[in-house]
Design a protein around this ligand. Sequence first.
Ligand code: ADP
Ligand code: MG
Length: 472
Amino acid sequence: MPDQLRLDIEMQGELETLWASVLDHVEAELGQEAIASWLQDAVPVALEGGTFVLGVPNSTARAWVEKKYARRLAAALSDLQGEPLRLEVVVHRATKRAARSTTSPTPAPPASVSAAPPPRPAVSAAFAPIPLNEKYTFENFVVGQSNRFAHAAAAAVADQPGKEYNPLFLYGGVGLGKTHLLQAIGHELLVRNPHARVAYVSGETFTSHFITSLRDRKAEEFRRAYRSVDIWLVDDIQFIADKSSTKEEFFHTFNELYLTNRQVVLASDRAPRELRLMEDRLRTRLEAGLMVEILPPELEMRVAILQRRAAQEGADVPPDVLYQIACTVTDSTRVLEAALIRMLALASLTRSSVTPELAARALGAFVQESRVAGISLLSIQRAVCEYFKISEQEVIGPRRDRQTALARQVAMYLMRELTRKSLVEIGELFGGKTHSTVIYSCGKLEKELKTDAGLAASVKELRAKIAASSRE
Ligand code: ADP
Ligand code: MG
């Protein structure tokens, strides 16, 4: 693929992610109707010279979006991008609506600007499940002693959903492949039956959907969306454990699906008995199914995972280096992969080949970091503000100048890296940002860290400082 084309494709992907985050960001304020009617079919066209160009299907839509939403959208864009952005709305042929114009007509033009937008389509996007990550397939899953049973159970479920192992409950530490397996089931079922209604959600999404349904009085729609699925894959259900009304709703949904023989697969980072979710009636149900623990990968498996991952990255890593990494990082697969990626980044930044020395350099920092514990959000907020010389209020407030925005991204990134706080908790600290904003900010910073060695060094220094102060 020519370089320019690849760049263009990457750029387009980034634009789309940014736009999706914007929609997420403004949904609560503008309402789902506004989004479904006017913004769902808009496409991001370009981001150049501080202007974000948005394509909409026709001039009516353009006028409406400009008049009603432009200001809010520009604010969200600036917020997410961490720099002031203008919004330009253009009529663009390649909008999603234009592409399927025969099936979905353009919304009727507004009678007056203050009139309510037309009604939403019957099935609301508000309660849509999370799309599957295409990398999380059975083919890409390395099987070893530590996850053999979990893998077999997942494969059996994909083979015969709703039959033998219902519900299936996977549990184990962070980064051991629960999400991967859950989604692999989803992929496999869809390969076998493209019409299967596979819904993958996390405890967090379920909670936020449930809250939305209460807030917007959409209980019926929520139930319809959730109870019409064939296969329900629920990730990170520990998130629901402390929320009593959500828990209740979760139980009802679960029950309804279970009693009608639909397959439910749950994943949690805690063992069933440690979950406060476990009221008796739910416990009884779960015990009727299968509970499988995933353990941390053993050495051979860690090597195998690294090998596969290196191949995916198109990198040639000598076996002794793979062993070296596998011996140093022993806990989670995610950390293991991160160590490999960091080493490859270091190799490419310093234009050196992958040797045991290079690996030692890359891993040195890593080993130290993975020992960090007991760090609070507050201590990170404080350290970041001190470093960027801004006040603690500014970093969590609405300011959008470059420096503050960068400090904010760094703070979110370090909070996610160094603490066990959820994205929702981190978002809350920053004035109620959504978890997708936090994800987006962290992703953006991660990208910058790859290209900006100065910034990477600053973040590294900060991280070491925070770690050091937590050990005092
Ligand atoms: P969890 O949900 O248990 O926290 P994930 O499923 O998100 O963990 O896994 C973390 C990362 O490690 C993902 O990139 C995943 O693809 C990878 N991973 C985990 N286990 C395996 C495995 N057995 N084979 C290949 N990749 C794995
Ligand atoms: Mg997970």
